[in-house]
Every structure is written in C-alpha cells, then in structure tokens.
Design a protein around this ligand. Structure first.
Ligand code: GUN
Length: 277
C-alpha cells in the first residue's frame, strides 16, 4: 500500500512557520486578487485564499468585476496596483471571461508582484533555468511535497499528463531543472499507458479520470492534481485512487494532497515578494 502524501499536514506546518515570520515583518505582505466574471469555483478559490491570508496576518483585498468587464478596466486596475506601495503581490484569478486576452492581462502585472509566477518574465526565467521572482504555486507545492517525503527527483523519469500554463508546463520545467528526465503527455498522446508504465514519478493535471489500473509500474510516485466532481457529485481526482494506491509507493489524495499545497505556496510566494520589497 502506498504512503499518502499528506498535503494538509505539510500546509499546516508551512503556515505555522509563516505566521511567526509574518509577525516579525516590518512591512506586512499584501495580496490583491482580481476576480472577473462569475465562475463558481473561482469564487470559492478566491474566498479560500483571502481567508488563509488573513489567518496568517497577510493583508488581502479582492477586487471583483462582472463578466462584462473590459480589458481596459482590468489593465488600468493592474497598473494602479503595480504602483501601489501598499500592495506587494497581485493575482489575477483564471479563467478570465472569454472576450479578455488573458496573456495581455497577466503580462501587465509587474514581475516582482506576480505571485503566480505566470508573467513571461518569470516564465522565461524558469525556462532558462534561472531563478524567477517566484515559481507558479501548484508546481511549487508539488515539489515541496516530494521534498518533504524525501522523494528523489534527479535521474528519475517523470511523466506529466497535461500541458497547461498553470501546472503541466511549469512543473515539467521545474522537474527538468532538478535533473529529472521528463516526458509530457496530453490529449493527443498516443498509447498513453505505454508511456506512463515507464514513469518513476507520474503527475496528472487533466481534470478527468485518466489514470487507472495497470497503467503504472510498481512503486511509482503518483501526484494527482485533478479535482472535479464525478457523475455522482463526489469530489474526485484524475487517478483511480483505490486501485493505484495498491501498487504505488507514494500517492497524493484528492482532496488533501496538492490542493492545500497550492494555497501554502501562494502564501509562501506572497511573503517572498514582500521581502524583496
Ligand atoms: N485558477 C485555478 N488555479 C489558479 C491559480 O493557481 N492561479 C490563478 N491565477 N488562477 C487559477
């Protein structure tokens, strides 16, 4: 039976450390979140982020817009936040309404306030193998979880399913920078299980049940980033946990694995950005 990678436990440990650190900071970290449109999951995520920030002593503001918001309105708010000395971190919650060019909006964020590490400046640094101001939250959380359990990365074959800018691409790059051999898989990949069977570390970030029985070799480390409601309304991940946990060496559960680590990383990033001033 696999060992559970407990994201809640590690999140709580990180929060304990952060609380003490923030108490000692002369300039309190301040996180501004922009929420545009009425995506119900985004509203829940943003409320969670705000609650967590406040518990830790991080100032937090949420600026909401209806789905009819214009690019000009968003760009002018970001410019205002970039110039506001009291704001040390900016997050634009995704997805944005369909008529908005998300790349243009994200790239308007000053790189030193880009708490998601998603601007082309920070992404470029990551892809060059240099240090960005901060790393994207979910990939950072995944690596913190692997490190917490002493799971070796260098020389391992890591297979990433999903090529999103938020998770798949940056986590693949971060694993590569840590000397893993990385294979990227996605919706057009042929014979997925031939590839997953060669993984030492499997990361699935798809949002659909894609990893089932007999797709992995014994003792694989399995990281499940997916979170969605299945046909019975139950919270589920990409991986068939019951079956895969019988043969994996480590597995992250859903919920309670990667999700809490994403928020822990967001809080860590917020504090890191406040420290660079
Ligand atoms: N939407 C879902 N996850 C994320 C995230 O990590 N950052 C942002 N900005 N939007 C998201």
């Amino acid at each position: 039976m696999a060992i559970i990678l407990d994201g809640k436990k590690l999140r709580d440990k990180i929060f304990e450390g952060l609380k003490t650190k923030i108490e000692g900071m002369a300039v309190k970290p301040s996180l501004a979140v922009i929420l545009a449109g009425d995506d119900p999951s985004s509203e829940i995520y943003v409320n969670n982020k705000k609650k967590c920030a406040e518990k830790l002593g991080i100032n937090s503001i949420v600026i909401t817009y209806p789905s009819s918001v214009t690019e000009t309105e968003l760009l002018s708010k970001i410019e205002e936040l970039n110039n506001d000395k009291n704001i040390t971190a900016i997050l634009v919650q995704l997805p944005l309404p369909a008529h908005i060019d998300k790349f243009k909006i994200i790239d308007a964020i000053a790189p030193q306030k880009d708490v998601d590490g998603l601007t082309t400046y920070n992404g470029g640094k990551l892809f060059a193998g240099e240090k960005p101001y901060v790393y994207p939250c979910t990939p950072k959380g995944i690596l913190l979880l692997l490190d917490e359990y002493g799971i070796e990365i260098a020389g391992k074959h890591a297979v990433v399913i999903g090529r999103s800018n938020l998770v798949g691409k940056p986590v693949a790059q971060m694993l590569l920078n840590r000397n893993a051999t990385v294979t990227m898989c996605h919706s057009k990949t042929k014979k997925l299980s031939d590839i997953t069977k060669t993984a030492d570390i499997l990361i699935s970030a798809v949002g659909k049940k894609v990893v089932g029985e007999n797709m992995l070799k014994n003792n694989c480390v399995v990281i499940d980033v997916g979170i969605f409601r299945d046909e019975n309304g139950k919270i589920s991940g990409d991986v068939d946990f019951e079956k895969v946990s019988k043969t994996a060496s480590y597995i992250s559960p859903v919920p309670g694995g990667v999700g809490p680590m994403t928020i822990a990383s967001l809080m860590l990033n917020t504090v890191e950005l406040a420290l660079i001033g």
